[in-house]
Design a binder for this molecule. Structure first.
Ligand code: ASP
Ligand code: MG
Length: 463
């Protein structure tokens, strides 16, 4: 079996959907299982419209619903030739659109928009998309079946970012999908959406269809999991910022997870989790360039002798520094910093503390930084009054530059090479962190110098 997940752009218009049909046809011998996202951009539209509904901007809501309906109707009318089949699809779409409209009315009436309601609304994107993909495949002579993942993928009730209960989900997916495939039917499973034990709709986090793809792939014991997207693969750097960025042929699961966290938004970070356990290779493929080899993600990639693999940067961050001679040797300072920030829901992206313990600095998203600073000043107000802590300061915007590669583990001179390249580019380093996994060296620079630093490191390692 071969699990193939198609992302929003890959199912977002007529030519892409025709490409999907041709890809599925080409790999019919491999017994494909399809997982798909909502049509490109639709999840945003659904969520933005929910916001309009709660503000009772009725006209705008009605227009948005009509546009969503039109977009799907156009696909049905263009890509489904058989009349009864097309009529059945259009009727099913109409029913979903009516439901969606009712949800928006409910939100407007109650003037309440909870994460729970948002998930129910967001789900329509994948439902509409996968229902139509199954029909288009059938119409092209490929037996297919629409599968609403809410009947199979079980989660907790953390709406917006629900956690999958694998003990229930895996056997359910296996029991539902494998017999279909064995009968020569291609299941078309909705990505992103799931439900609680009580049957309440949940979603597993934005861009979560990749994750659904690997959950499904692992459950049916796929030989590989292919993530069809709109780029050739994971690159050595962001080609918009760096000259000479190239597609990586092979990377490890750990590298992929690390890279997806640090800005290379090709694949959802959680995608690797189910695949690792069963050692199922993941391949990134481009629907706009299907013959390209893409990037293979596996347990033991061929590294081609390279140390570092990618260099990426994350912008729009701020650095908060807590300083004071009184902190030296005092236990619990770091604990209090993280507890206070966690309570304030500020996401800490990186931390750095020199062994002198005189200074701790943390990197947070710029949008959370003022709140973070205020929280820390409150937490440490007594310590500041007693001069245990001199000051808590903030600067930004800054960027984290991250160099990632499993080949760096145990190799000498990587940090030296990285930092001398940055120095030669005349970029000042504000803070440094390397986890003991040695998989990632991260450092902080002024945002306006990040591009220069990334290029310098990219050149130094001949990526
Ligand atoms: N449609 C969902 C989103 O836009 C899930 C996905 O695209 O993977 O976040
Ligand atoms: Mg998407």
């Amino acid at each position: 079996m071969l699990t193939m997940k198609f992302g929003g752009t890959s199912v977002g218009d007529v030519p892409r959907l025709q490409e999907v049909v041709s890809i599925v046809r080409q790999f019919l011998g491999e017994q494909p299982v399809v997982v798909a996202s909502a049509m490109g951009g639709l999840t945003n539209v659904l969520l933005d419209t929910a916001q309009k509904a709660v503000e009772r901007r009725t006209g705008e809501v009605n227009n948005a619903v009509a546009a969503i309906q039109d977009r799907h109707l156009k696909i049905a009318n263009t890509l489904v030739q058989d009349y009864p089949r097309r009529a059945a699809l259009i009727a099913a779409q109409q029913e979903m659109i009516d439901d969606l409209s009712n949800f928006y009315q409910g939100v407007a009436l109650l003037r309440e928009l909870s994460p729970r309601s948002l998930d129910s609304i967001a789900a329509f994107g994948e439902l509409l998309s996968c229902r139509q993909i199954a029909t288009i495949l059938e119409d092209s002579g490929i037996p297919a079946k629409f599968i609403d993942a809410r009947t199979l993928v079980r989660t907790d009730d953390q709406f917006g970012e629900a956690n999958i209960d694998f003990a229930v989900t895996e056997p359910a997916l296996h029991a539902a999908l494998v017999p279909l495939v064995q009968q020569g039917i291609v299941p078309v499973v909705t990505g992103f959406i799931a439900s609680t034990a009580e049957g309440i709709t949940t979603t597993i986090g934005r861009s979560g269809s990749d994750y659904t793809g690997s959950v499904v792939g692992a459950a049916v014991n796929s030989s590989e999991i292919w993530i069809w997207t709109d780029v050739d693969g994971v690159m050595t750097a962001d080609p918009r910022n760096v000259n000479g960025a190239k597609v990586l042929k092979e990377i490890s699961y750990r590298e992929a997870a690390e890279m997806s966290y640090f800005g290379a938004k090709v694949i959802h970070p959680k995608t690797m989790v189910p695949a690792i356990e069963k050692k199922i290779p993941i391949r990134i493929k481009n629907t706009f360039n299907p013959s390209h080899h893409g990037t293979l993600i596996s347990a033991s990639p061929d590294n081609g002798g390279t140390w570092a693999k990618t260099v990426t940067s994350i912008n729009d961050l701020a650095i908060i520094a807590i300083e004071g001679n009184g902190m030296i040797g005092v236990p619990g300072v770091s604990g209090r910093i993280f507890t206070a920030l966690a309570r304030a829901q500020v996401n800490v992206m990186m931390i750095s503390q020199a062994s002198s313990e005189h200074n701790v600095c943390i990197i947070v998203p710029k949008k959370d930084s003022a709140h973070g600073l205020k929280t820390l000043r409150e937490e440490f107000s007594i310590d500041i009054a007693k001069k245990i802590i001199d000051d808590i300061t903030m600067r930004g915007p800054v960027s984290i530059v991250a160099v990632v590669g499993e080949g760096m583990i145990g190799s000498k001179g990587i940090a030296g090479k990285t930092f001398s390249a940055v120095a030669q580019a005349d970029v000042n380093i504000i803070a440094i962190a390397q986890g003991s996994s040695e998989l990632n060296i991260s450092f902080v620079v002024e945002q306006n110098e990040a591009k220069k630093a990334v290029q310098a490191v990219h050149d130094a390692f001949h990526l």
